[in-house]
Ligand binder design. Structure first.
Ligand SMILES: Cc1cc2nc3c(=O)[nH]c(=O)nc-3n(C[C@H](O)[C@H](O)[C@H](O)COP(=O)(O)OP(=O)(O)OC[C@H]3O[C@@H](n4cnc5c(N)ncnc54)[C@H](O)[C@@H]3O)c2cc1C
Length: 333
């Protein structure tokens, strides 16, 4: 059978997942000279560390006595970029197709495109993160226009009336960031107290942000892609407020699940991907690291995942070329 080798953009190692372990894996793959790609479902790299506990002080990273989730993520991203891997954000891999006689590369399929690679390292944690959606139906045409689950262009909020829903660090950060830019900022949270960092709550109380607690959003009124009004309800009462706004930012946190991965043909044990001592999964050319794996004695910590990354990269390189040097390469070489 003729092998289809016509595809040009083939990577040595493609890492799925841009959490702390995926980021360090990308760095180490670059250090070993591998042509590397990293794919992350969210718009921002950082995984749990950035999206679930950005302001927590982490105290069990070797040689770093204390570091916040945000700062650790920034450092890991900077280090991961050293060898300029290709980064694809806002893209969830939905299917992995194994290499075969006819198609000699592994295929990773998202809703946007197919990626071709000689090996894969899964660093998928608890599964792809997705923003938790609003709990009621609305016209999908407003998404990305005046309703935002992600936003990186602050200019669109200049002199606009903005509402933010949520009570954690992300919601507070949005409110404080937009207060000097927007005409008006409204922060809506279902509980009386905000869950965010004390310093942020203190800054919020000194700011001009209008706080609505305990309120929940119940309806959006729009004209085309433009939100005109957000209706909010005071918990367990008949009090409704109609807020005239231009933009709504939803910051309800993220959901994740490993169910989709189970269709890829990988062996699972204790609800995680079973790997060998060389971080091999049950699929040829597919390795795994970090929170997504199980082996006897596995501990779900960042430090443990960092240790697994070089093992997976070295195993991937040997898979590509069985003659590859298996001696560890030190970073001063
Ligand atoms: C509240 C809390 C506090 C913690 N504190 C500590 C601590 O102090 N010290 C410590 O060592 N550990 C701590 N942990 C655990 C630590 O965060 C995890 O061990 C670590 O994040 C695992 O990193 P990871 O890269 O394997 O996975 P994750 O951080 O979960 O990252 C996985 C990434 O993969 C992406 N992804 C998944 N599937 C796909 C797909 N199909 N396509 C594209 N992208 C995909 C996800 O969107 C995500 O960004 C804490 C965890 C929590 C929840």
């Amino acid at each position: 059978m003729q092998k289809d080798t016509s595809i040009k953009d083939i990577y040595d190692i493609t890492i799925i997942g841009g959490g702390p372990v995926g980021l360090f894996t990308a760095y180490y793959a670059g250090l070993r000279g591998a042509k590397t790609k990293l794919i992350e479902s969210l718009e921002e790299l950082g995984g749990q560390t950035l999206h679930l506990y950005s302001s927590k002080q982490i105290k069990d990273i070797p040689a770093i006595p204390v570091i916040s989730g945000t700062h650790l993520s920034q450092q890991l991203i900077q280090q991961a970029m050293t060898y300029q891997p290709t980064i694809c954000c806002h893209e969830t891999i939905e299917l992995l197709i194994e290499a075969n006689e006819e198609h000699p590369y592994i295929q990773l399929v998202s809703q946007k495109q197919a990626h071709y690679t000689k090996t894969v390292i899964l660093a998928t944690g608890n599964g792809a993160f997705n923003p938790r959606p609003l709990p009621f139906d609305y016209d999908q045409g407003i998404e990305g226009q005046s309703l935002h689950y992600f936003a990186d262009d602050l200019a669109i909020f200049k002199d606009k009336r903005v509402a933010i829903t949520g009570g954690g660090d992300s919601a507070l950060d949005w409110a404080l960031t937009l207060e000097p830019i927007a005409e008006e900022v409204n922060l809506i949270h279902r509980r009386k107290r905000f869950r965010g960092h004390e310093a942020s709550v203190e800054a919020l109380n000194k700011s001009n942000v209008h706080q609505f607690t305990p309120y929940i959003p119940v309806e959006i009124k729009n004209q085309g892609s433009q939100i005109k009004e957000l209706v909010i309800n005071e918990g367990r009462t008949d009090n409704y407020i109609h807020l005239a706004i231009d933009h709504l930012i939803v910051a309800f946190g993220f959901t994740s699940s490993i169910e989709a991965l189970k269709a890829w043909g990988l062996d699972f044990e204790r609800n995680a991907i079973a790997v060998s001592y060389r971080m091999e999964t049950s699929l040829a050319g597919v390795f795994a690291v970090g929170d997504c794996v199980y082996y006897p004695g596995k501990t779900k910590l960042i430090a443990t995942g960092f240790g697994e990354a070089p093992m997976a990269v070295n195993s991937a390189l040997i898979y590509i070329d069985p003659e590859a040097n298996t001696a560890p390469l030190h970073s001063n070489h």
